[in-house]
Design a protein around this ligand. Structure first.
Ligand code: PEP
Ligand code: MG
Length: 560
């Protein structure tokens, strides 16, 4: 089977399906549970709750640190007598079926917690998790969320939410294959950060039975079903070679003739930042703050935000720069606490800075928290806004950043409009960073989450390269930094092209830095210019890739 490889590496293991999410427990139908059966239905609730609680306690016993604490807390919620009383009385008094009674009772608790806000409010999503587990048991369907069979496996799913990917443990999830999803979806990005081989847009995989042995190649997108012994050995050999390439980056990025190109890391949380700093990243080119709050029912307080940001900054303070992006909520990364109204076209809707402009207090609180964390750690912090379309938005954002006491304000170039007006945008801010994931989807009008359209979202598309060229030239004219932090930065063959187009730093998953650094160090800046010209003139992505790869002999050493 062939899908789209989005996170390199190979793995062999048994297939396990991700259970479908529990949308809602069946409501009480037109005929409630008849009085004679209510007692029996109510009596099912406590045993289901106890079974869920003991499963969570057992898992807590094998966990450590924060995971252990969370599991223990949810185990206690699962056997909460208040929850049981409320659900049982709905069955006894009104004939509500047991699963729905638990659903409603848990939602009452969840809403109470969410209204309390702060730390307590943050637990509301745990109640939801417990609710889904108990309801699944009462309905006799598999518990939602990542399966935990007690052995390593290859996860197969229709699609994965970013929150599911974020909780994957590489030792357990050997690789994942999804039927849907695009190469720059957040699930793909997180897989790369975690170093989990991943293939998306492989619909046939849903036809396979649980337990089928699979060999997955996250670079080529190949999924071999029931591989023979030779194929297993070859996949294991490739996995070992990839592991030796997962090496530390030493030194500074740049071309063979000494033109500096800082090689930075994309991070989403303190653990990722510590790992990136240890891997030798020269700084952070994109800190995706929204990833910290994907599961939050209420807005994290300023002090909680400050603490989280400070942990990331501290990993790079005082010398290495951290570029923080303000919340990029909406579209593929909805933040529950913003309670956004549903939209017909969320990727073209109220997302990124647009939320910050409509809800200025949320942005103000975040900027204050960033400023306080910068002060506390002494880090060199730059701040940028996502999803900017016009220069006036950049002007407003820069004013807010400076009002919060932060010195360096920038914006992302993620829309064709921002790229086309790059000179005006650059005059409003201190730097820009090109987000090729979104810039590609808006340029070719193809959803980045779409499997069938994955080929259109190719970072080698000539149209995308031309927009990057416009931004690079504007940066040179204004003498301001032009970073690039989309997934395109992680492609070693593309790196010299991007530098030739005028980008001054590249930010990527820390695992890609060593390969990108090796290729860049093999070419002069003039050669980068020539490769960029060749790529711009190519008729299509495949032609551009071919002509550039031929000009880069060093790539043969890095090929998987
Ligand atoms: C991008 O769009 O390229 C980017 C870096 O932002 P995100 O992937 O988080 O949307
Ligand atoms: Mg983006």
């Amino acid at each position: 089977m062939k899908g789209h490889g989005v996170s390199p590496g190979t793995a062999v293991g048994p297939l396990l399906r991700m259970p479908d999410p529990l949308v809602e427990a069946p409501a009480a139908g037109p005929t409630p549970v008849v009085p004679g059966e209510r007692e029996a239905d109510a009596a099912r609730i406590r045993p289901a709750m106890d079974a869920v609680a003991s499963d969570l306690w057992a898992r807590a016993a094998h966990a450590e640190g924060e995971t252990k604490e969370v599991l223990e807390a949810t185990a206690m919620m699962a056997s909460d007598p208040g929850l049981a009383d409320l659900a049982e009385s709905a069955v006894r008094e009104s004939g509500v079926p047991a699963p729905r009674a638990v659903w409603d009772a848990a939602n009452t608790f969840r809403d109470l917690l969410a209204a309390a806000g702060g730390y307590v409010g943050a637990r509301s999503s745990d109640v939801q998790d417990v609710r889904d587990r108990i309801v699944a048991r009462l309905l006799g369907v598999p518990a939602p969320g990542l399966p935990d069979p007690g052995h390593p496996f290859i996860l197969v799913a229709r699609d994965l939410a970013p929150a599911d990917t974020a909780t994957m443990i590489p030792a357990r999830v050997l690789a994942f294959v999804t039927a849907e999803g695009g190469p720059t979806s957040h699930t793909a990005i997180l897989a790369r950060a975690l170093g989990i081989p991943a293939v998306v847009a492989c619909p046939e995989v849903l036809t396979l039975a649980e337990g089928t042995l699979l060999a997955v190649d996250g670079a080529t997108g190949e999924v071999e079903v029931a591989p023979g012994e030779a194929a297993v050995r070859s996949a294991e050999g490739r996995a070992a070679r990839t592991a030796t390439r997962d090496r530390r980056w030493e030194g500074h990025g740049g071309t063979a003739d000494g033109r500096r190109v800082a090689l930075l890391a994309n991070v989403g949380d303190p653990a990722g930042a510590v790992a990136a700093a240890a891997a030798g990243a020269e700084g952070v080119g994109l800190f995706r703050t929204e990833l910290l709050f994907l599961d939050r029912g209420s807005e994290p307080s300023e002090s909680e935000q400050r603490e989280s940001y400070a942990e990331v900054f501290a990993a790079f303070a005082p010398d290495r720069t951290v570029v923080v992006r303000t919340l990029d909520a909406g579209a593929d990364k909805p933040l529950p606490f913003l309670h956004q109204a549903p939209e017909a076209n969320p990727a073209l809707g109220v997302r990124g800075l647009r939320i910050g402009l409509i809800r200025p207090r949320v942005l103000e609180r975040q900027l204050r928290a960033i400023a306080a964390a910068a002060e506390q750690t002494g880090a060199d912090v730059w701040v940028m806004a996502p999803m900017v379309a016009v220069a006036s938005e950049a002007v407003l954002f820069a004013q807010q950043v400076r009002a919060a006491g932060l010195r360096t304000a920038g914006v992302m170039v993620e829309t064709p409009s921002a790229a086309l007006t790059a000179p005006a945008i650059l005059r409003a801010v201190d730097f820009v960073s090109i987000g090729t994931n979104d810039l590609a989807q808006y340029t070719v009008a193809a959803d980045r989450m779409s499997g069938p359209l994955a080929a259109l979202n190719d970072p080698w598309q000539p149209a995308l390269l031309r927009l990057i060229d416009m931004v690079g030239r504007a940066g040179e004219a204004e003498s301001k930094p032009v970073g690039l932090c989309g997934e395109a930065a992680a492609d070693p063959a593309l790196a010299p092209v991007l530098v030739g187009l005028g980008t001054t730093s590249l930010s990527m998953s820390a695992r890609s830095i060593a390969d990108v650094g090796a290729v860049l160090a093999s070419v002069t800046f003039q050669e980068c210019r020539e490769l960029a010209r060749l790529a711009l003139d190519a008729p299509d992505p495949a032609g551009a890739r071919d002509v550039v790869r031929r000009g880069l002999p060093v790539l043969t050493d890095l090929a998987p």
